[in-house]
Structure formats: C-alpha cells, structure tokens
Design a protein around this ligand. Structure first.
Ligand code: FES
Length: 104
C-alpha cells in the first residue's frame, strides 16, 4: 500500500476536521479521541463539503442539510443522505499522519 503524508498529528485537535487534497482526491481528515479517520470530502447527498461540517462523537454532520455520517465506516446515519461516504485508511507514525493513496 502506498502511504502519503497529509498532516502533522498535532495540527488537529480532537473533534476537528480539515480538507486535504491528495492528487485529484478531495479528502476530509478527522481527529476524534486522538485517532485519525478520512473520508471523501463531498457529501453523498449534494454539493457540500464535510470539512465544513460539525464533528462530534465520531459523527460528522453535513453543513447543508444536516445528514450525519459515521467517520469510521462512512455510513449515512440519517436522512437526507442514504449513500455512505467512501472511507480511506489512515495511519499515524509519531507526529505524522498518512493516508492510503486514494488513487490506488
Ligand atoms: S448536501 Fe449533505 S445532507 Fe444535503
């Protein structure tokens, strides 16, 4: 698996989400209880960025119509979204956070 460094771990606080571009992929990077997760940044319902949403208790709330998604699985937890977010593998090595190449 090809890993790409995308952030320093201490750049994000818990319950913070950030937009990251990896090649042509737009990714939302989340920190929750000291762990890192990543999904596609575009909401599966319409044109909204999950990185503009509200992160709490491992769920991201879309800023446009308030659908909620599990950041670990990408599952849509409530309407109006029904399709899951694509998730991406993330690993931490010291203060460096890596994502599995989304193009692979
Ligand atoms: S755009 Fe995200 S819930 Fe509608």
């Amino acid at each position: 698996m090809n890993w790409i460094r995308i952030a320093a771990a201490d750049d994000l606080q818990d319950d913070e989400v950030r937009a990251v571009t990896v090649g042509s992929a737009r990714i939302a990077l989340y920190r929750s209880e000291g762990e890192f997760f990543a999904t596609d940044n575009r909401c599966t319902h319409a044109e909204a960025q999950m990185s503009d949403g509200y992160l709490e208790d491992g769920c991201i709330e879309c800023p446009l119509h308030q659908a909620r998604f599990d950041i670990r699985t990408g599952a849509a937890l409530c309407a109006p979204a029904t399709e899951p977010l694509r998730t991406h593998a993330v690993r931490r090595d010291g203060n460096d956070v890596y994502i599995a190449d989304p193009a692979a």
